[in-house]
Design a protein. Structure first.
Length: 92
């Protein structure tokens, strides 16, 4: 199962403003993961972050059709700055 041993790990989720991305964010928050959320619709990301008690600094406005934006989202240094230190991260 994906959520086993996820507590404290950094997970980057694209498309987090709705649908499966949003559902995944909700599930993994309950499992104790540290999240970085990406999506085009920043207003929806901010609403979700508020509901999940995430800091706005854990949000990155990202259009997955732009490879530069995706690269920025997935870089480990971005994850460290935004949510804390971790040796690993997961990109969903």
């Amino acid at each position: 199962m994906m959520t086993e041993n996820i507590q404290g790990k950094v997970v980057v989720i694209t498309g987090a403003s709705s649908g499966l991305g949003e559902a995944t964010a909700r599930l993994l928050t309950q499992q104790g993961a540290k999240l970085v959320l990406g999506a085009r619709r920043l207003d929806r990301l901010q609403t979700l972050a508020k509901e999940l008690n995430l800091a706005n600094r854990a949000l990155v406005q990202t259009d997955v059709s732009d490879s530069n934006q995706v690269q920025q989202l997935k870089e480990l240094e971005v994850c460290k700055i935004k949510v804390g230190f971790s040796d690993r991260y997961y990109l969903l």
